[in-house]
Structures are given as C-alpha cells and as structure tokens.
Design a protein around this ligand. Structure first.
Ligand code: MIC
Ligand code: SF4
Length: 643
C-alpha cells in the first residue's frame, strides 16, 4: 500500500503498537538534543535513572537559551550540563556555537532518522527529512537511556505546495499562511507533511523555517521530502554521506490535504498575541515600530541573514527603530564576517547579539513600555518579550529589514529594490569549524560539577483514593506555557530551582495564584481549549506539581504539555460536555472519589462539584501504560517501580 513519508519513517522506527491514528505507538529514537533551559532538568532525571552511557546513535547538549550571565546561576548550569553530558556520552555544544535547531540542521540532521529534543521547535529537523519531535526533558532522558518514545499515532495532513515564491515573499509567509488556515490548535495530533512541485523551489533552511513554526500549529511534527536540494545542502556541509532520497509513495493518502500556491502568497504578519492572528502586511498597514529583531531558530540561517544584509547595505535604519540581529549559529556569523555582510549590517546601525535565542525568550532586549516590536521569531505570546505592554508582530526577515529601514511596518515589495537583490543561493560550501563542539569523555570519568543553583526536582506521589481540592483558577482558551511558567532573563536562571519558580507560576493570569495555591495546599486548575500550548518546558507541570495541583480539567490540551502533566503524575482531564465549564467557578470544591478505580476503569468517569451539588463527566484520554504512570505518581516513580 502507498505510504506517506511520515508513515515510512515511523514504520522504520516502530517498536510497538499499530500505526492507526490515535492508537499509542512507540518508536526508536536515533538522536536526541537538549538545550540549557530544559537540559538541567533532563540530565538530573537521566542521572536518576542510573544509566552510565546514552544509548542513542548520537545525543547532543546545546547551550543557547540562558546566555546572559548576570549572576553565577547560568554559568553554573552550563558547567553542570557540560560535565554531566560528556560523562554520559553526550556531545556538548558550547555557548556561542548557536541555537540548537540551527546547529543541528547544519551539522547533525540526517534524513529519515528520528530526533527527540527537549524543545518544542525540534521539528525544525523536518526541513531535512527527519521525524523530529519536541518533548519534555524526562521523555528525552528516557530516550537517551535507550527507551522508546510513545505517542498517539498522528493523523498525516498533506500540504501540497505548487508554484514558487515571488519576489519579497518568504518561507515565513508559507507557514504564516498555514497558521492562518489551521490555527494554533489545528495541528494537534497531526504530522504536517509537505509535498508537490513547489517543494523543489525551497532550500533546506527555508523548509526548516516552515517545519520549525509547525510547532505553533500544535503539530506533533512537520516534514519535507529529502531530495536533490537536501543532497546539495548536506554536501555543502561536508556531510554528503548522510543523504538518502525520501518521499511519499505515489498515491499516498492523507487524512486531509491543503494546497498552497506559493506564487499567490504575499508578505504577512502574525499580530499580537498569537501566531495564528495572521493578516497581510498591507492589511495591517504602516504602524509605527520601535524595535525590530532578526534571528531565532525560525529565521537566522545564512541565507536569511544575507538577504537582510543585502537590504541594509549602504542604508541607515530609521531613527525610531532599534534593530537587533542574532545570527543562528557560529557558522552563520563567521560566514557573514568573512564575506563582509556583517559589516553592511553593522554599518546600517544594527545592534549585534551573540548566536543564541536572546530576545526570543526574553533574554534581554525587552522593548520599552507599550512598544511595537517586529520580530522574525515564532512566538508572540503575551508577555514573552519581557514587556507585558508590548505588542509583538511575527514576520519574515525581508519584512523585518524593510521595517527597520522605514520605521513603520513595511511590505518589502514597496521599497523599489532591485529584483535580484534577494536571490541568495545556498553556498556550495559552508564554512565548517566544529571547534565549539566537545566530544564525550571516552571513559566516563568526568567529575560532574553541580552549582548551588541546582535543587532537587519534585517527585509525584502515588495516586490516592480520593482526589479533592478547590478550583484555584479558571482560565480561558489557548493558555500558553509562557502563562503557566513564565520565562525571562530574571526567571530562566532558576530552571533548576523549582521552589524559586513556584512563586511565579501562572502570575500572568493571576498574580495571587502562587500564594493561594500554597495556602490551600494545592487543588484543581480549570481551562478552555489548547491548554499548555507552546514550549516543551516540563516546568509548566513540575511547578504545579510542587504547588500541589492534582488535576487539570480542560476542554482540550496541547500535546507536549499533556504528556508532561502525566509524566509528573498530574491528572489531565477533559470535559465530556464542554458546557459544564460554564457551570464551575473558581473556589468550587471538586472531589474525585474512588480515583484509583476510576483511572483504571473506562476513560470516562465522574467528578463531584461539592460546592454546587452536581456530578459531571470527564475523560482521561491516555493509554493503559500511562494510567500506570499516573497511578504511580509520575514516570520516574513508575520506571523505578518497574525496575
Ligand atoms: C520556547 O521557544 O518557548 C523555548 C524557550 O525554546 C521552549 C523551551 C523552554 O521553555 O525552555 C520550547 O520551545 O520548548
Ligand atoms: Fe530559542 Fe526562540 Fe527557538 Fe525557543 S523559539 S528555541 S527560545 S530561538
């Protein structure tokens, strides 16, 4: 039978289960990656498993998020990750080498392989034909220890690309168009697979921009075929041997298909505060802009930066704009420096940051009060820039550069640029220098260095007969992990310090939440659709666990967050009847009696609202295996119990 590309790769890696959409399958993981803000926790968990050496083909630990060293904490965490990684057989990418997804694409991505990463944008690897999935740190730790990765078999959605991108329109506009069509929960439980004649008009980094931001659809991952373009990219990275040709079989059938004619697209932007609030730049109009940021794992490839440099060359940025550039990797920065493009960027008035996530995760460059910030990033969630009153718009590098020059949101096609100025080819040879990648210690004798910032992580307790408590917070749809566990320059240094983070949990929704949760010894959370969208940070589950949250009841969950809740032993429950959400208020006392029997039984069971005197039905949509995890109080307890 004809297969999609996703089905072929999953089949090649299948360990258990039937590949029927919604059924739990497990797959073998070839490669893993961690970054620093989720990495400390992942390695603490890996250490707790007592496995001396990783069992993957290759595992990598990157330092790219927590780069501001305004105290000892981040530097200590970097040292911990370096030593723990090398001791256990993991390659270490030092700070300055670049953003994990960009470096991984350049130096390590292999078509047809599987990659699990403790970062939600791991699907960037789909640009080179991998099945690359983002997950919580604990799932990545299990994969490093040789365990399979479990997911519900996704539906495969096909996106057929036809035509080619016109002048001034970019890969970013393709994914913004997909987001406009499908929305931020449109990809949950799905793999987005690209095919069609338009594919061959896109370079690997352009494909990676598209698969990267598939994370904003909530998709399990996104994937492109591996073809002659992929081959040339790998050869230019001196990795021709890693190439295999891969595509869907002729006649492969998709659960749903969308066709996008690239030649019909125009420059677009996602408006505050959601990546799917997409309009064309023309529809939004020439709003005044205070800051422009170019970089992030979505748009910081060599080609992106070269287009920006070409647009800025010989010109000055507008007086009202602060332009900030963060190239994605040392390779990119080095090539821009060597060919003079960096000089063009600097001369225009740009501020140059080191290669890392930087402003994308609020690590510096927070804009001024009420600012409009135009960014080439992938997320514009409320407060993420570090300035709650700021409005962030997500755009292509071309729109960003045009905007930096004019000071107002600008369609690059209106600048009267030469028609060939944006024709930047993928070089036939990238500048290769892996001197910031440290190989593992062959004997595993490295002493692990643990700074005082690293505190033990909370462990769940086995499920009790009666689960009860008050509804501490009632939340709307699309609550992000940036709401649940905010991340910024002040908080990121404490990613290995759950007690400290607990004072900030859900504060963007309600500042009184942490104190109330502590006073009540925990309770329930209530939310609308797509609860927990965004980051893979398991802190969004570990911190609620620390605060005593026993269950989260929602209209629906985002995939990675739901898995993180289960891994932490928190019940993720979904209303059978959504309208019940309206009948429950914050402060109501809820009781799940006979909880163990209920978790063991059918997926639907009742919860009692004691305050209002009614019962309602919820669904626990997890596999039998995960029921065991929940009963044992989380994945670590469960794994230990299983020996
Ligand atoms: C993000 O883009 O939100 C992050 C920061 O990269 C997160 C990881 C984290 O919270 O540490 C992600 O995407 O998973
Ligand atoms: Fe880093 Fe931003 Fe990419 Fe997350 S989305 S990995 S913070 S660059």
């Amino acid at each position: 039978m004809s297969k999609t590309l996703s089905e072929k790769i999953l089949k090649d890696h299948l360990v258990s289960g039937e590949m029927k959409s919604g059924e739990e399958i497990s797959i073998k993981i070839d490669y893993t990656l961690t970054q620093d803000s989720t990495g400390t926790m992942a390695y603490l968990q890996f250490e707790a498993m007592d496995v001396p050496r990783v069992k993957t083909k290759k595992s990598l630990a990157y330092i790219d998020h927590n780069m501001l060293q305004s105290g000892f904490e981040n530097a200590d965490d970097h040292k911990y990750i370096e030593t723990v990684a090398r001791k256990h057989g993991v390659f270490f990418s030092r700070p300055g080498n670049g953003i994990c997804h960009q470096v991984n694409l350049e130096r390590f991505g292999v078509p047809g392989a599987t990659l699990l990463g403790s970062d939600s944008h791991t699907p960037t690897g789909g640009g080179i034909g991998m099945i690359a999935i983002g997950a919580g740190g604990l799932d990545v730790a299990v994969a490093m220890a040789g365990g399979a990765y479990y997911i519900p078999m996704p539906e495969i959605v096909g996106v057929e690309l036809t035509g080619s991108l016109p002048f001034g329109v970019a890969a970013k506009d393709v994914i913004l168009e997909v987001l406009r069509i499908l929305g931020v929960k449109g990809g949950v439980g799905k793999i987005i697979e690209y095919y069609g004649a338009g594919v061959s008009t896109l370079s690997v980094p352009e494909r990676a921009t598209i698969t990267n931001m598939g994370a904003e659809l909530g998709a399990t991952t996104s994937v492109f075929p591996s073809d002659e373009i992929t081959k040339a990219f790998l050869a230019a990275q001196n990795r021709a041997d890693d190439y295999t040709a891969l595509s869907a079989d002729k006649g492969a059938s998709y659960a749903k298909t969308i066709t996008i004619d690239l030649s019909q697209l125009t420059p677009m932007a996602a408006m505050p505060h959601s990546p799917d609030k997409v309009k064309t730049v023309k529809q939004i109009g020439a709003i005044n802009v205070d800051q422009v940021c170019i970089g992030s794992c979505t748009n910081s490839s060599y080609m992106d930066m070269m287009r920006v440099a070409a647009m800025l060359k010989g010109k000055n940025i507008a007086d009202n704009v602060s332009l900030v550039i963060s190239p994605g990797s040392k390779q990119v920065m080095n090539m821009l420096a060597a060919n003079g493009a960096l000089s063009d960027i600097i001369a225009s008035g740009a501020r140059i940051l080191e290669c890392g996530c930087g402003p994308c995760i609020g690590m510096g460059q927070s804009p001024k009060t009420d600012a409009v910030s135009v960014r080439t990033f992938n997320r514009n969630f409320y407060g993420r820039s570090g300035t709650f009153s700021a409005d962030v718009y997500l755009v292509s590098p071309e729109v960003a550069a045009a905007t930096a020059l004019t000071g107002v949101l600008t369609d690059p096609r209106d600048l009267g640029l030469d028609n060939n100025i944006l024709d930047i080819e993928v070089p036939s040879e990238f500048m290769i220098n892996d001197n910031l990648i440290m190989a593992p210690d062959a004997n595993g004798e490295t002493q692990v260095v643990r700074g005082p910032n690293i505190k033990p992580f909370p462990l769940g307790k086995a499920l009790e007969e009666t689960v009860s408590g008050d509804v501490l917070l009632k939340m709307e749809d699309n609550i992000t992990t940036d709401h649940i566990m905010p991340s910024n320059a002040k908080l990121l240094p404490f990613r290995s310090n759950i007690p400290h983070l607990s004072d900030f949990c859900l504060t963007p929704v309600d500042e009184t939440f942490p104190a109330r949760a502590k006073a009540k010894n925990g309770g329930f959370l209530l939310a609308g659709h797509n609860y927990g969208q965004g980051s893979s940070r398991e802190h969004a589950a570990l911190v609620p666990l620390y605060l005593g949250i026993r269950a989260v009841i929602t209209k629906s969950f985002a995939r990675i967050h739901q898995a993180n809740l289960v891994n932490s032993g928190i019940l993720p429950l979904i209303f059978s009847d959504e309208s019940v959400y309206d009948k429950i208020d914050a402060g109501d006392t809820l009781i799940i009696s006979d909880a163990i029997a209920k978790v063991d039984g059918t997926s639907a069971f009742t919860v009692t609202n004691e305050s209002k005197g009614f019962d309602f039905e919820v669904i626990l949509d997890v596999s039998e295996r995960l029921k065991g995890v929940l009963k044992d109080g989380g994945l670590l307890n469960h794994t230990k119990k299983q020996g």
